[in-house]
Design a protein around this ligand. Structure first.
Ligand SMILES: *Cc1c(COP(=O)(O)O)cnc(C)c1O
Length: 286
């Protein structure tokens, strides 16, 4: 756990009375293979391992390419919350030995919100018959229904969302697939990061650990008024996010979706205007 979504996994497990061992990191620090292996050594009873790929709390990217194969090699079932990375960051589930990848319609796939999906290793999934603690989240049963009833959902399917998802997948393919989207997000992130640094806004996450999805920036001063900054940008067509880091005053800027170089450039222009007039001279503008 190195953020809100890792902690949420713990909360989900608590609701289902699933015993779990929490390995906690600071929110600006990536999950490391070394510490994961140490905990697994200390807890040979552990059967499943779960982590978050892009921790959207900060925008840090956890190194699943190093962690998952090593955990898988120990015979532990591997689960990754790839909610905010799948579709925008290449992930080779088979090569990693990743048993379950969880994501949703509305982040890097750029569809509308409405359903989550899981990419599962069939062999691992076949072993889960009768395991589910929840009827609606019985993945094995849902998969049986898909396979035996020509793709039928067990309960009412989110039809409109699926049509939107289908369209989003076509748009992803037209863009050049995941590698092209990853390249666009990466370009935007670098442009944003460099531009913000030049304006005096320091990123929370070290460049080596930064995802191309969302970036956290520290408040430039203790007097920084996030709400005024937010409102100023919102009035000009840009919505940013409040920070989610527990120990650092920060805000976040995401660049997934239909966001291109020109958008980042325009955003940086507004932030520059705001920063020079309002933050540095203390003069009010609106
Ligand atoms: C957005 C997100 C979630 C939660 O998604 P909901 O659709 O709000 O349930 C979980 N994990 C990560 C890493 C996310 O970015």
């Amino acid at each position: 756990m190195n953020g809100a979504y890792g902690r949420r996994m713990g909360q989900i497990a608590d609701y289902y009375n699933i015993v779990h061992v929490d390995l906690e990191f600071a929110e600006d620090e990536p999950v490391t293979l070394e510490k994961v292996l140490t905990v697994l050594d200390d807890h040979p009873e552990v059967t499943h391992f779960a982590t978050v790929h892009c921790e959207t709390t900060t925008g840090i990217l956890n190194p699943i390419d190093a962690i998952i194969p090593a955990v898988h090699a120990r015979g532990v079932v591997t689960i990754v919350d790839a909610m905010s990375s799948f579709g925008g960051v290449p992930i080779d589930t088979a090569a990693l030995g990743l048993d379950y990848l969880i994501s949703s319609s509305n982040k890097c796939i750029q569809g509308v919100p409405g359903f989550g999906f899981i990419i599962a290793n069939r062999t691992a999934l076949a072993r889960t018959e009768g395991n589910a603690r929840s009827l609606s989240l019985d993945l094995y049963d849902q998969n049986q229904s898909f396979n035996q009833q020509h793709g039928k959902w067990r309960f009412t399917s989110p039809t409109h969302v699926l049509y939107a998802f289908h369209q989003a997948l076509q748009e992803l393919a037209a863009e050049g697939g995941v590698p092209a989207r990853f390249a666009r997000y990466t370009r935007s992130e670098h442009q944003l990061r460099q531009g913000m640094l030049a304006l005096g806004y320091a990123p929370v996450i070290a460049e080596a650990d930064q995802s191309p999805i969302i970036t956290s920036f520290k408040y430039p001063s203790a007097a920084f008024d996030f709400h005024a900054f937010y409102a100023y940008l919102k009035d000009r067509g840009f919505i940013i996010y409040p920070g989610k880091v527990s120990t650092i005053d920060s805000f976040r800027i995401g660049n997934i979706g239909e966001v291109y170089t020109g958008d980042i450039q325009q955003l940086l222009r507004w932030i520059k205007t705001y920063s020079t007039v309002r933050v540095q001279s203390g003069r009010k503008i609106d």
